[in-house]
Structure formats: structure tokens, C-alpha cells
Design a protein around this ligand. Structure first.
Ligand SMILES: *Cc1c(COP(=O)(O)O)cnc(C)c1O
Length: 390
């Protein structure tokens, strides 16, 4: 057997990405070390200007993480105790955690079963007189149905805070994600489309007053040092992270193209292997430029967890985003939701599977993943074997 047919395939490859840029990254780090300016300062301001230009917004406020970016945006918009914020129940925990951090209440909404994105029709059903904002999460790297979300927000006077943590570089109707609401949160967690060498995040907005308040909240609510108009946080970004992010930002367009090509190869490979009735490829909405931060397929629920084990046993990195909806999380039990409240999200949690996906993934690695899936089907789900091979 050749090597490619037996080697493992990682879920993502952060070390490989760093290695390819090692010289530039190390030069950037040395520049910061020599400067002595290690928190905020010119590197962070330069990153803010570059990301603002990339996303087509007036202001970018760098901060300590994507989670903190959500907190900054919600706090600066004046959202707090007594307010409700509508969020999808099928997302990473931070989306709802940030709502609670500012003292507001997350109100969950179901998803569109084809794209996994928040379902605008369900958002409307969840509105109450206390609703103040919607957080559309551009899950897996694809935009939500922003035309519908914006129409709802306008009609009911709600703020839109985009959670664009997974969708840096994605577009909706050719407009960048992050420029489609009142404010947007980006995460530079290492696995995201633009990843730091640690935690980092950013808030985007076109509104001058909002940007100014977020800048103050980031440093304990002070605009003039040691004078505090309100109580804020320590949510500053390190210059080392900013310097690395500036190096990586230049690669993002190329990386996104590589992700898209890899997604097309998976789509074609699944069809060619006759696996389409076992692995359902992700649906790309016609108004969206998907960035495939994750390539998430659907698997028949009875086979999902056994397939995960089977692939992991062969050193194939797969992950389940997310195995449990937020309305079913222990910490949200006091909110009173029950199993069955969000049927589409619960069904998604039982069938999703993220395959290895990163900019440098090779066709051979992808074939290895699909061959392993085909081997699983042959051994454990023969009824689902492709017609041609039956
Ligand atoms: C990663 C992520 C976050 C949080 O970002 P951190 O930088 O890890 O705090 C928020 N929302 C979603 C959807 C994410 O995927």
C-alpha cells in the first residue's frame, strides 16, 4: 500500500500554516520584541486598519477574543438585564454565553435544516416586547440569510450583532460578512479562517460612537487614562498577536480559495464514490460565498458516532460541531427549554460531521478520508453501499 493510503489526516493543520510563513512570522515577532510596545500600540492599530479595509467597515476594535468581541458589542449597544437577544441554538457556546455575560437573556431560535443557519421564520416566532437584538451566526463559514434578518431587525427595531467568528472573508450578496449589521464579532482563534498564535478577536462597526465606546470598554471604560466614565473590562490585544495576524491576513484570499477548491473536491469525490446517500455535502446558498471554515456533511444519525470512531481509529481528524444544542446545555436549564423545542437543530446535532479541512489539504489526503468513509459503509452499512459497487 502506498503511504498516502494509510497515513492519518489532521482536522486542521496550524503547525503547517505557521511553518510555511515561519520567516515572516518570526521577523514580525522580533519587530515587536525590539519595540518594547507589547500591548495595543502601532501593531494593533495597523491590524485594525487592515482588517477594517478588508471587511469594508469604518472601524475595527481589536480585543482579546471572539467571545470578548461579542461582549464588547452587546455592552456598547446598551444591552443588559431585562433585554432579550435572539441567537441560534445550534452554534458555539460563546454566542449565548456573551449575552449572559452582559446580563441579558438569550432566546434561542431554530435553524434552516439545509444550511444550518438561523431560521428567520423562527426568529419572528421568538420575538417579545423585550427583544433588543439578533445575533446571526455565520456558521461554518457561510453567511446567514441576511436579507431576511435585516428585514426583521428593521421592522422590529432590533440591533444586529453578527457573529462572524467562523466567516472571516465570507460574503453575502458580494458584501463582506462583518459589514452587514450594526456591529460584528470576529475571532482569530487559531482554527478560524484567520488565526493568531493564541486568543484574539475584533469588533467591527460603521458607527463612530459605538466604536469609541467599545475602545473605551476594552480598557476599563477609560478614554483618558486613569479617568473612567464607566466600568469596562481588560480586553486588550497583544502586539505579538497583531503582528502575526498582519502576516497571515495577506494570505487569507489565497487560503479561502484553497478552502473552496478543497470543498469542491470533496463534493466531487463524494459523488464519484457513490457516497451521496451516506454523506450529504454542505449546501451553499446562492447568495453566499461560503468560506468552508468547516466542511460539514450529514450522516445517517445511527451511523454518525460509529463513523467518528472508525475514522479516528485511522488517525483521520473529524469533529462534531456541535453535539448538543445550546437550549439543552445544563447551564441554560433555568431558561426552561425542553428537548424537542428546536427539532431542526436537534436533528442537525445528531447527524453533522466535520471532515478534515484546511487551506493546504491535498487531494490525496481528501481521497484518503473518502476511502475510509467508503470502507466504513462497506463494512457497517452495506445497505447504503453505492449502487455501482453493490
Ligand atoms: C470561535 C467562536 C466564537 C468565540 O471565539 P473565541 O475567539 O474562541 O472567543 C464565537 N462564536 C462562534 C460561532 C465561534 O465559532
Amino acid at each position: 500500500m502506498n503511504r498516502a493510503a494509510t497515513e492519518g489526516v489532521p482536522l486542521c493543520d496550524i503547525a503547517g500554516q505557521n511553518a510555511a510563513l515561519a520567516e515572516e512570522i518570526e521577523a514580525a515577532l522580533r519587530r515587536v520584541i525590539r519595540s518594547g510596545q507589547v500591548i495595543l500600540g502601532p501593531e494593533v492599530s495597523a491590524l485594525e486598519a487592515e482588517v477594517a479595509a478588508f471587511c469594508g467597515v469604518r472601524h475595527a476594535v481589536a480585543c482579546s477574543s471572539g467571545t470578548d468581541a461579542l461582549v464588547l458589542a452587546l455592552h456598547a449597544l446598551g444591552i443588559g438585564p431585562g433585554d432579550e437577544v435572539i441567537v441560534p441554538t445550534f452554534t458555539f457556546f460563546a454566542t449565548a454565553g456573551a449575552v449572559c455575560r452582559v446580563g441579558a437573556t438569550p432566546v434561542f431560535a431554530d435553524i434552516d435544516p439545509s444550511t444550518f443557519q438561523i431560521d428567520p421564520a423562527d426568529v419572528v416566532r421568538r420575538l417579545t416586547p423585550r427583544s433588543r437584538a439578533i445575533i446571526p451566526v455565520h456558521l461554518f463559514g457561510q453567511s446567514c440569510d441576511m436579507a431576511a434578518i435585516r428585514a426583521i431587525a428593521e421592522e422590529h427595531t432590533l440591533y444586529i450583532v453578527e457573529d462572524a467568528a467562523q466567516a472571516f472573508g465570507a460574503r453575502y450578496d458580494h458584501q463582506p460578512c462583518g459589514s452587514l449589521g450594526h456591529a460584528a464579532a470576529l475571532s482569530f482563534y487559531p482554527t478560524k479562517n484567520l488565526g493568531a498564535l493564541g486568543d484574539a478577536g475584533m469588533v467591527l462597526t460603521d458607527q463612530d460612537g459605538l466604536a469609541r465606546r467599545m475602545r473605551a470598554l476594552r480598557v476599563h471604560g477609560s478614554e483618558v487614562r486613569y479617568y473612567h466614565r464607566e466600568i469596562g473590562y481588560n480586553m486588550r490585544l497583544d502586539a505579538l498577536q497583531a503582528a502575526v495576524l498582519r502576516v497571515k491576513l495577506r494570505q487569507v484570499p489565497q487560503w479561502l480559495e484553497q478552502r473552496r477548491q478543497a470543498a469542491q473536491r470533496y463534493d466531487a469525490g463524494i459523488a464519484a464514490a457513490g457516497l451521496r446517500h451516506f454523506l450529504t455535502p454542505p449546501v451553499v446558498h446562492p447568495r453566499c460565498d461560503h468560506t468552508f471554515n468547516q466542511y460539514v456533511v450529514r450522516v445517517p444519525p445511527a451511523h454518525r458516532d460509529p463513523l467518528v470512531q472508525f475514522l479516528r481509529n485511522q488517525q483521520i481528524g473529524v469533529e462534531i460541531y456541535y453535539p448538543l444544542c445550546l437550549h439543552q446545555q445544563e447551564c441554560f436549564r433555568p431558561l426552561g427549554y425542553r428537548r424537542g423545542d428546536f427539532p431542526q437543530a436537534e436533528a442537525a446535532a445528531a447527524c453533522v460531521l466535520a471532515l478534515p479541512m484546511f487551506p493546504g489539504i491535498t487531494p490525496a489526503q481528501q481521497q484518503r478520508v473518502l476511502d475510509a468513509c467508503a470502507a466504513y459503509v462497506a463494512a457497517h452499512a452495506p445497505a447504503l453501499r453505492p449502487a455501482a459497487a453493490a
